[in-house]
Write a protein that binds this ligand. Sequence first.
Ligand code: SF4
Length: 412
Amino acid sequence: MAEEVKKHRTPPDPNSAKYKLNAIAAKAYADAQAAKEAGEMVGWCSSNFPVEIPETLGLAVCYPENQAAAIAARGAGERMCEVSEADGYSNDICAYARISLAYAKIKDAPEQNMPQPDFLLCCNNICNCMIKWYENLAKELSIPMIMIDIPFNPDYEVSEAEVVYIREQFLAAIRQLEKITGKKWKEERYKEVMEYSGRTSRAWLAATACAKYKPSPFNGFDLLNHMAVMVTARGKAEAAEAMETLLKEYEENHKNGVSTFREEEKHRIMFEGIACWPWLRVTSTALKSRGINMVTTIYADAFGFVYKDFDDMCRAYAKVPNAINLEMARDKRVKLCKDNAVEGLLVHTNRSCKLWSGFMYEMSRQIGEACDIPVVSFDGDQADPRNFSEAQFETRVQGLAEIMEERKGAAK
Ligand code: SF4
């Protein structure tokens, strides 16, 4: 009989950034559940809502986009989408929305549970689909929804009129939340939250910028995992501390010539669009096996908010990648490609994000031209596994790898 070979897994180091970041992400759900059980009101919140508001008020909030990503990554995206579709929600609407509406109905998903909401916090700087998704939740659950509208900005700078428009909505949201929950806004606490948020964001942006080193000290897929903390906990002291540890680790990796990307880094690419959570392993293996490191993505930096006061915070929330014009969105990406010596662009044309996908065709053409890099795209979906073709993905990545290889050969 063959002897059983036991694999020894090294226990995670509790002082490592990975351990700390995973613990923070898990604690966010546990804290919300504990608050609910203690009789506190709990909110559901869109990912680019100003988290400084619930954090300052001491309110526990959960993030449906994060929950939907976790459910999809653990294999239940299709099952949950089908629950919503059976209720008449079109297969054409965002898969995160379908998963979330299903969860609000059946109230259980062992892949990632979270407490049911007493209020909703919605901001359309992610996309306008968010408004209808949250309006339907509010109607189905008969709970209040607080809406913040960030207008599309055709200019590079955020005008004073826009700052005033956003500031008044932030202040109104604080007043509404005080009324709904009985909690009180305290200026001293806001200053603390603002400081933590700044520390977390600065460390995160500096950590992601370590991709400028060759080889990059990290595997770009790390960013997709660590982003959860930037979404859910950026205003917390422990998040600031964990991100500073991450930055230190990346700098040390660089000094020691090591990386969390375990293969030889043959090519460096930018990834555009949300990860395909149900197909994460397939997509990461297809890249890794060809020595392709996804060193950067705009959606990592999107959650780094650096500002100096309340008005500046309004400006920061008006400048997130999905709320800006094509020229500014393109220039930010071109800068990332150039700063990080990117050799190719891989675009996920996400079926859920219809408006963005149309916009992205022209933008990626312009990025390819400005950076002189090849661009390939594949069809997929961030949470509905039915909208992905492994064969298509493989072929596109293979094509990208061949072009990058050929260009390198020609440059020798
Ligand atoms: S449509 Fe896209 S951007 Fe909008 S909520 Fe869904 S995944 Fe996010």
